[in-house]
Design a protein around this ligand. Structure first.
Ligand code: FAD
Ligand code: SF4
Ligand code: SF4
Length: 484
């Protein structure tokens, strides 16, 4: 190992790929970061100190072998770096783009802790796999054995569903993926905007899965088009990976006025426009921020994506109201900085009280000033109202981005025997990841609650293993029965 090529963090400063200036990027949906050139990627990878106990890897939900692929990159052995990186992840180039690295791998890098600035792990990861796609190193998906006598049904083509699909197909099963949308990718396609993750990056992954024999059934909604039991009867095992989609609402006078809209409707419309689709609710202006005073309510990733989408659509002004302060918001600090550069105004410690309704249309938000009190049950400081701190913000488009809860799946799927937790997420066995219904497994946000793409990938990887164990046992039992 060429240790001498590593450990350069003392003399070599941390350098992320250059960001396009705000004035250049604020009217398009292309990713904001330029990519490294090869020499930069090698140089930045060489800052790694090759820790004996790599905390970066410990805090990566996929336990990616980060120190080794950084070393291979620094040594110019990019194809080997790619092969190592893809051995633990189905989409490293996606994680490299949208993981909150400041809270995961990079936030726990020892040289970040020692004040030198973390190794730019996510940017190197993205560079490695983008290069692999360019160079043709990404191999087609091929089944390694033939288990086509058994079929698997997967409900939901988000990162959890397609990751499980890839691993199960690789083992040789016949794999069918059902999704209610007309395209796969889940929130990678219809939630997360192009300026964080260009659509082509997701589409080429899906195309590879289709070419590998995975069958996608789009515009197919389980519950509407078929009950869970009927789908179960068609397959030897099922996976539910449907994510969480019940938007939390605001209870305040005027919330029903036209122009007060749910975040996901807004983001889906914008993402569809990026694909060139016709979207009537965008074209008639209901889901378009152009020329409007926009107020987004919330402080998570969804709120950050909405404010930055509104900027790109040409809003007259964009404000974000959040009831806690900057240090206590759930969204990524990097995203707040990006939004501020693009002209978004954050109104911290403020909560909506009512929506002014002018002839049925929203005209403003009446808000209350908040302060942070003692920690609540979750350990976070609870916001409290500041008496006399009321104020008004002009608005002709208000976007509600307060997070998501699970839909009522037992009811929706016509499956009363499907057990849920008190939060409405699916209850699964910790070891097998099977739900209360035999042969029906679950993974991703529908089990965890709203989480992260990298955790959905991890769950997809884990559940593929447990489903294989289940299917192999069933195949073994059938073979014994036939031989008897
Ligand atoms: P999803 O991605 O939600 O996929 C579920 C799929 O199931 C969907 O395609 C849906 O159409 C389908 N489905 C649902 N019900 C049915 C049904 N009845 N029949 C058929 N199909 C059905 N995470 C990050 O790590 N980084 C980010 O920057 C980030 N940004 C985000 C921005 C937004 C706006 C949102 C909403 C989330 C963001 N997240 C981010 C979270 C991340 O997207 C999710 O944690 C992740 O996508 C969950 O994956 P999943 O496969 O469990 O579900
Ligand atoms: Fe970091 Fe995410 Fe990549 Fe893991 S998957 S190394 S957490 S960017
Ligand atoms: Fe390298 Fe940082 Fe990981 Fe240590 S923690 S192995 S320095 S990337």
């Amino acid at each position: 190992m060429a240790e001498k090529d590593m450990l350069k963090f003392v003399g070599l400063a941390q350098a992320f790929p250059e960001k396009r200036p705000a004035a250049e990027r604020d009217d398009d949906f292309l990713e904001i970061n330029r990519t490294y050139i090869l020499a930069k990627a090698e140089e930045q990878a060489s800052r790694c100190s090759q820790c004996g106990v790599p905390f970066c890897q410990v805090h990566c939900p996929l336990h990616n072998n980060i120190p080794d692929w950084l070393r291979l990159t620094a040594e110019g052995r990019l194809q080997e770096a790619y092969e190592l990186s893809e051995s633990t992840s189905t989409m490293p180039e996606v994680c490299g783009r949208i993981c909150p690295q400041d809270r995961l791998c990079e936030g726990n890098c020892v040289i970040e802790q020692s004040g030198h600035g973390a190794v730019t792990i996510g940017s190197v990861e993205k560079f490695i796999t983008d290069t692999a796609w360019k160079e043709g190193w990404v191999r087609p998906l091929r089944p390694l054995s033939d288990r086509s006598g058994q079929s698997v049904g997967i409900i939901g083509a988000g990162p959890a569903g397609v990751t499980a699909a890839e691993y199960l197909r690789r083992r040789g099963y016949e794999v069918h993926v059902y999704d209610r949308h007309d395209r796969g990718g889940g929130l990678l396609t219809y939630g997360i905007p192009g300026f964080k993750l260009e659509k082509e990056v997701v589409m080429r992954r899906l195309a590879r899965l289709e070419e590998g024999g995975i069958v996608f059934h789009y515009n197919f909604e389980v519950g509407r088009d078929m009950t869970l039991a009927a789908l179960r009867a068609k397959h030897d095992a099922l996976l539910i990976a449907t994510g969480v989609y019940k938007a939390r609402d605001i209870k305040a006078p005027g919330v029903g006025a036209s122009g007060v809209i749910p975040a996901l409707d807004y983001l889906i419309a914008s993402n569809r426009k990026s694909f060139g689709d016709s979207v009537p609710a965008f074209e008639d202006g209901s889901l378009n921020a152009e020329g409007k005073h926009v107020v987004v309510i919330g402080g998570g990733d969804t709120a950050m994506d909405c404010v930055r989408t509104a900027v790109r659509q040409g809003a007259a002004s964009v404000k974000c109201l959040y009831r806690r302060d900057r240090a206590n918001m759930p969204g990524s600090q990097r995203e707040v900085a990006n939004a501020e550069e693009e002209g978004v105004e954050f109104v911290w410690l403020s909560a909506p009280q009512a929506f002014d309704d002018k002839g049925g249309k929203v005209a403003g938000v009446r808000a209350q000033q908040m302060r942070l009190g003692a920690p609540d049950g979750s350990g976070r400081r609870a916001p409290e109202v500041v008496e006399g701190g009321d104020f008004r913000v002009e608005a002709d488009l208000v976007i509600k981005a307060l997070g998501f809860d699970p839909e009522d799946l037992p009811q929706l799927f016509g499956a009363p025997d499907l057990t849920v937790t008190r939060w409405g997420t699916l209850r699964t066995d910790h070891k097998t990841m099977m739900t209360s219904v035999d042969g029906v497994f679950a993974a991703g946000d529908i089990v965890r609650g709203a989480s992260l793409v990298v955790w959905a990938i991890r769950d997809g990887r884990d559940v593929a293993k447990t489903m294989h164990t289940y299917l192999a046992a069933r195949a073994g039992a059938s073979a014994k029965k036939a031989a008897a």
